[in-house]
Design a protein around this ligand. Structure first.
Ligand code: NI
Length: 474
C-alpha cells in the first residue's frame, strides 16, 4: 500500500502552498510535490494598459518585490522606446536594486531563516521565530532588523517613501538624487557593512553544524542562471545573463533579456499554478535550472568588490565546481548583502551619482520589448508586446520563484526521502521541509500573482489514496 504525505501551508514563506508526499508500496518516498494554490491572473489584467503605466502597475503585484518589478518593467519600457537611458538614471536604478536585495536578503536571513539556524529544526515552533531569536540572541536580531531598515531607507531616499509610486519610468527615472540624501546613505553604510561582515563570519564558523542540511536540502546538479557584467563579474541590473552547467561549463553567455527569454520554455502542470521553466535546448529534465543568490555566485567569475570577493573565495572551497547544495542559498545571500553594500558605496561616490540628466524622452519605437532585473530571488523578466499606440496586447512575466520551481520540487523530494519514515509525520520533518523551501526564499505572492500569507499543510497518503496523516500550520 503506497502513501501520500501532504504539507499545507508552508509558514514563514510568502503566498499559499501545500506539499504532498507520495509513498510507494514499501513505505518509501516515491515523489513529493510543492503545490501552489492561488492564482490572480495579473498578466491578463495588464493587457489594454499603456506600457508606460507598467512600472507603477506591476510594482503592485507583490508587497515583497515591488522594486524588482518596477525596475524590470522600466527596462522593458526602455526597449519599447528604443533608447539608451542616461548614465545617472542607470546608476540610480542599480543602487535601488542593490538596496532591495540587501533589505530582502536581510528579511529572509534574519526574520525567516535565522530561527532554524540558531534555535534548531526541532525547537518548539512557538519560539522558533524572530521573537525567539530576539530572546536568545538579542544582539543578532537587533542588528538584522537595523540592516533591513538600512536597505529600506536607501530605497526611500532615492525612489521616494511610497514604494508603489512610479520612480523608475521608461527612459530613466523621474527624479535625480539630492546630495543630502546621498550623504545620509553613505553615513549609514559603515554600520550596515559591519553587521553584514559579522553575520557572515558567524555563519562561516557555524557551517560544520549544518553539514547534514547542506547534504540533504536540495543538493543536486542543475543549470544555473544569473547576471554578469561584460567581464564576467556579478551584476544585478543592466547586465547580461550567463547560464552554467553543474560541472561549471558556461552554456550560454552575455545574453540580453530577449535572447535569454527565447531560450526558456515553461511546463504547465495540473497540480500547481506555478509553471516550471526550463532551458529549452536541453528539455524539461536536463534543462532544469536555478536562479537567485546561489546561481548568481556560481556563474560569476568574481563579485568585483573586495570584501565580497574574499568571502566568495571561502564560499568556493565548498565544492570543486559550482556549489550544488540549496542550503547554501543562505551563505550566498550573506555574501550578496556584503557585495550590495560595497557596490552602493562605490556607485554613490561616482561622479554621475548626483547628475541631473535622468530621463531620455522618446515615443514608442518598437512593438516588442523584454526587460529584466535580478530580483533578490533571481532573474525577473517582463516581456511586453504593444500596438502602435503603445497599448499592451500581450504581457508575459517570468518570475524568479517560478524558475526555481523544478528545483524546489526536487528539494522537497530529497528532504522527504531523508526524513520521512513510515506512516507518520513528525514536527521535525515538517520544520525541515519548510526550511528546505525557505532556503530558496520563494515569493509565492509574486509567482502566482496571488496576495496573502502562506500557511502550509502536509498530507501523508497511501498508494490507494488513503490519507494516513496530516500536519497543518497556519
Ligand atoms: Ni514577490
Amino acid at each position: 500500500m503506497s502513501q501520500t504525505i501532504t504539507i499545507e501551508p508552508v509558514s514563514r514563506v510568502e503566498g499559499h502552498a501545500k506539499i504532498t508526499i507520495q509513498l510507494d508500496d514499501a513505505g518509501q518516498v516515491r515523489d513529493a510535490r510543492f503545490h501552489v494554490l492561488e492564482f490572480r491572473g495579473f498578466e491578463r489584467f495588464c493587457e489594454g494598459r499603456h506600457f508606460q503605466e507598467m512600472p507603477a502597475i506591476t510594482s503592485r503585484i507583490c508587497g515583497i518585490c515591488p522594486v524588482s518589478h518596477m525596475l524590470a518593467s522600466a527596462d522593458a519600457g526602455d526597449r519599447l522606446l528604443a533608447v539608451e537611458i542616461p548614465d545617472t538614471a542607470l546608476l540610480l536604478r542599480r543602487v535601488v536594486n542593490l538596496a532591495q536585495i540587501v533589505q530582502s536578503h536581510a528579511l529572509s536571513f534574519f526574520y525567516l531563516s535565522s530561527p532554524d539556524l540558531l534555535l534548531g529544526y526541532d525547537a518548539d515552533p512557538a519560539i522558533r521565530n524572530i521573537l525567539g531569536v530576539a530572546a536568545a540572541h538579542p544582539e543578532l536580531a537587533h542588528r538584522g532588523i537595523r540592516l533591513r531598515q538600512f536597505g529600506q531607507s536607501v530605497i526611500e531616499a532615492i525612489a521616494g517613501k511610497r514604494i508603489h509610486a512610479s520612480w523608475a519610468v521608461a527612459g530613466g527615472v523621474n527624479a535625480p538624487l539630492a546630495s543630502a540624501a546621498r550623504d545620509r546613505i553613505l553615513a549609514g553604510l559603515p554600520e550596515a557593512l559591519d553587521t553584514a561582515r559579522a553575520t557572515l563570519e558567524w555563519f562561516q564558523r557555524s557551517l560544520d553544524s549544518h553539514a547534514e542540511e547542506a547534504r540533504t536540502f536540495g543538493h543536486f546538479p542543475t543549470l544555473f542562471m544569473g547576471m554578469v557584467t561584460p567581464d564576467g563579474s556579478l551584476d544585478t541590473y543592466g547586465g547580461r545573463l550567463r547560464i552554467m552547467d553543474a560541472a561549471g561549463t558556461i552554456v550560454a553567455d552575455q545574453l540580453d533579456a530577449k535572447a535569454a527569454r527565447a531560450l526558456l520554455d515553461e511546463e504547465v502542470h495540473n497540480w500547481t499554478y506555478l509553471k516550471s521553466p526550463y532551458y529549452k535546448p536541453l528539455g524539461p529534465e536536463a534543462g532544469a535550472y536555478r536562479v537567485g543568490p546561489l546561481a548568481r555566485l556560481n556563474v560569476a567569475d568574481r563579485c568585483g568588490t573586495p570584501l565580497a570577493d574574499a568571502a566568495l573565495a571561502h564560499f568556493r572551497t565548498l565544492a570543486a565546481g559550482p556549489v550544488l547544495g540549496s542550503f547554501h542559498y543562505h551563505y550566498a545571500r550573506l555574501i550578496e548583502i556584503l557585495f550590495g553594500l560595497e557596490r552602493i558605496g562605490e556607485l554613490l561616490q561616482d561622479g554621475d551619482a548626483l547628475g541631473t540628466d535622468v530621463l531620455a524622452r522618446a515615443s514608442r519605437n518598437r512593438l516588442h520589448g523584454v526587460g529584466m532585473s535580478e530580483a533578490p530571488r533571481g532573474t525577473l523578466f517582463h516581456d511586453y508586446t504593444v500596438d502602435h499606440d503603445g497599448v499592451l496586447t500581450a504581457v508575459d512575466l517570468l518570475i524568479a520563484t517560478g524558475q526555481n520551481n523544478l528545483a524546489m520540487n526536487r528539494a522537497v523530494t530529497q528532504i522527504a526521502r531523508a526524513y520521512v519514515a513510515h506512516d507518520r509525520l513528525s514536527e521535525g520533518f515538517l520544520n525541515r521541509v519548510e526550511a528546505g523551501i525557505r532556503a530558496f526564499d520563494p515569493c509565492l505572492s509574486c509567482s502566482t500573482h496571488a496576495a496573502g500569507t502562506m500557511p502550509l499543510v502536509v498530507e501523508l497518503r497511501a498508494a490507494d489514496g488513503t490519507r494516513l496523516d496530516t500536519l497543518a500550520r497556519t
